[in-house]
Write a protein that binds this ligand. Structure first.
Ligand code: COA
Length: 257
């Protein structure tokens, strides 16, 4: 496996822009540029670097190249998996930012994003990123790491409801989705799907640009890289996308230092 070190944004502020440049390269545009339109007025993503620079990290190889990155936020959570909401990411981000600003103590860490440069994939580097998140949670005394996971192969099956997709398994009983498999192998427990982890809207022109294809009529459209159809309404000049995800909970273990 490629040798690398973990470095937080608190240790090197220049990492924020490098991590964000990788997001722009790897993430679907609506996820990065869509306007929050769900139950929560989800705070702007970039604010997590200001609120928790010590919880955002880069994986750097021996030549200082960015191999991957991980983003987390700390939030109050009562350790009740039944209470994990349908609004996965939107809820977690909002709850974490509110708690931070009101100085409410956090009790869990939420994984908000993990990515590995395509040139370095398939080496288990994302498992190291997950372990780094567990270490951050352990060091802060949080018993759990929770994650509204975006299953990486879901975009191939945008018409299948996430709950049904979640039930698909390989012959050896692991999740069909490769990224969910990695979570399970790393000790994560799949809890349930969440139907609207991120609810995002945009004008029709924005959706045309993000999707890179014309949208000449109202109705449900399948855009590249998305996990579910986008509802386009020409009269309202609006497109709405509700991204489903999967709640996974990782045990953190005790800090034995
Ligand atoms: C999800 C992601 C971080 C996984 O990174 P990774 O370091 O490649 O993870 P792993 O090495 O554990 O591989 C995970 C699985 O994908 C497969 N895989 C990963 N890269 C692959 C590649 N280039 N070719 C074939 N299979 C690949 C692995 O074989 C493994 O499946 P397995 O169970 O059959 O072994 C990476 O794919 C990524 O950055 N994706 C884009 C961002 C994203 O969607 N992140 C997740 C949402 S937060």
């Amino acid at each position: 496996m490629t040798k690398f070190t973990v470095r937080t944004v608190a240790e090197d502020w220049t990492l924020q822009e490098r991590i964000e440049a990788m997001y722009r390269k790897l993430w679907p545009r609506p996820i990065l540029e869509g306007h929050p339109a769900g139950l929560y007025a989800t705070p702007a993503w970039e604010t997590i670097y200001q609120r928790w620079p010590q919880l955002q990290f880069a994986l750097l190889d021996t030549e200082g190249r960015l191999v991957g990155a991980g983003n987390t936020a700390a939030l109050p959570w009562e350790q009740d998996v039944a209470e994990l909401p349908e609004e996965g990411f939107d809820w977690a981000m909002t709850a974490a930012c509110q708690a931070h600003d009101l100085k409410t103590p956090a009790t869990a860490l939420c994984a908000c994003g993990i990515m590995v440069d395509p040139a370095f994939r398939g080496q288990g580097i994302s498992t190291v990123a997950l372990e780094s998140m567990r270490m951050l949670a352990r060091a802060a005394g949080y018993p759990s790491l929770i994650a509204p996971v975006r299953p990486t192969a879901k975009w191939r099956y945008p018409l299948i409801p996430m709950a049904a997709y979640l039930a698909w398994q390989t012959a050896d009983g692991l999740p069909f989705d490769p990224w969910l498999r990695t979570h399970v192998r790393a000790g994560g427990r799949i809890v349930k799907s969440c139907s609207c982890s991120a609810t995002l809207s945009g004008t029709v022109a924005e959706w045309v640009e993000w999707g890179g294809m014309p949208l000449p009529g109202s109705g449900q459209h399948l855009l590249p890289g998305l996990f579910a159809p986008v509802q386009i309404d020409l009269e309202e000049d609006r497109g709405l996308y509700m991204e489903p995800a999967v709640w996974v909970v990782h045990p953190v273990g005790r800090d034995t230092r």
